[in-house]
Design a protein around this ligand. Structure first.
Ligand code: BDR
Ligand code: CA
Length: 314
């Protein structure tokens, strides 16, 4: 058996974050989840932290450690997305308040400590929300950057444009200053932009396959996705909405599902019009450092087969 991949999931759940966390829970042979760190994003931190605990409880994973992190971006007021995710971030199913409790340690301290204690080059950071926690950790402890094996993130968009402004994707838009720090840290990075996630529609036939699993987590996931997709179905007129965050975990499990290119990516922080834009040098028209593996295409059927197979194992 190949060695399990040690990961930290940094997240702002979010129904699609929940799908990513479920995918990790359903893949214990490949993934060693060291902890979940929460950040303010889709909804305020009190909800994202509560939601992470609810997801652990729903999937009967009481030993997973959840650490609360930043409650606001580095320099800007928090922008949230209740219009997409609902008031709690996990609107859809009826969910009980969690009995599990948060760890006492701050998420940023947990990230720093873990990267210092684990052997260098063994921990992968999986980011599903604004990059505030990771940027804070890198600023406070620059020695951790070369110790990160890889940072796999959902964020950005280029050919598809943005989803919160014409130019910017939500996770980057919320905290562009944090993104700038992370993209400039010299860490090997893989980016799952809207260009990929917009190919992954929660079509009715796919959701029906999830429902057929029949377990409480699978049913809750279906109810979450049915709530989550309504906004994008109206916006794009598609059969289902795009599923963003599970791409990060799917990449760890089956990288061959994705294809892309190593490019330079810079983050716009100055302009009001394009703040949070991921400027991707896809055609290599500059000689700026190629710092990010930018994904562009995905095998959508293969992705949903993997997702459904793993949801069934929870
Ligand atoms: C990203 O923003 C959030 O709304 C989703 O959870 C995802 O991480 C998509 O732009
Ligand atoms: Ca998210």
């Amino acid at each position: 058996m190949t060695e399990k991949r040690k990961i930290i999931i940094d997240t702002d759940p979010g129904q699609d974050d929940a799908a990513a966390i479920f995918l990790a829970f359903g893949s214990p042979d490949e993934i060693d989840l060291l902890g979940i760190t929460t950040v303010a994003g889709n909804v305020p931190l009190s909800y994202t932290s509560r939601n992470a605990l609810i997801l652990c409880e729903l999937c009967n994973r009481p030993s997973v450690k959840v650490f609360a992190g930043a409650d606001r971006p580095l320099k800007r007021p928090l922008v949230t997305a209740e219009h997409v995710h609902g008031k709690t971030g996990l609107d859809g199913p009826v969910l009980e308040e969690p009995k599990l409790e948060l760890q006492k340690q701050h998420a940023v301290d947990f990230i720093i400590e873990t990267l210092r204690n684990e052997p260098a080059g063994t921990v992968t950071l999986c980011t599903l929300g604004p990059l505030t926690n990771i940027a804070t950790a890198l600023t406070r402890a620059p020695d951790i950057a070369p110790r990160v094996r890889e940072l796999v993130m959902m964020g950005g968009g280029f050919f598809e444009g943005g989803n919160i402004t014409p130019a910017a994707e939500f996770n980057i838009y919320v905290d562009p200053e944090a993104a700038k720090i992370v993209f400039g840290a010299g860490i090997p990075m893989v980016m799952m932009p809207l260009d990929v996630t917009h190919q992954l529609l929660t079509r009715k036939d796919r959701v029906a396959r999830m429902r057929a699993i029949g377990s409480p987590p699978a049913i809750a996931m279906v109810e979450m996705l049915e709530f989550f997709e309504r906004f994008d179905v109206e916006k794009y007129g598609s059969d289902g909405g795009p599923l963003h965050d599970p791409t990060v975990i799917a990449y760890l499990l089956k990288p061959s599902l994705f294809s892309g290119r190593l490019c330079n990516v810079e983050i716009e922080t100055g302009s009001e019009l394009t703040a949070g834009m991921t400027v991707v040098d896809w055609w290599h028209v500059t000689d700026r450092k190629r710092n990010v593996q930018v994904m562009r295409h995905v095998d959508a059927d293969g992705f949903f087969d993997l997702l459904i197979e793993r949801f069934a194992r929870i």
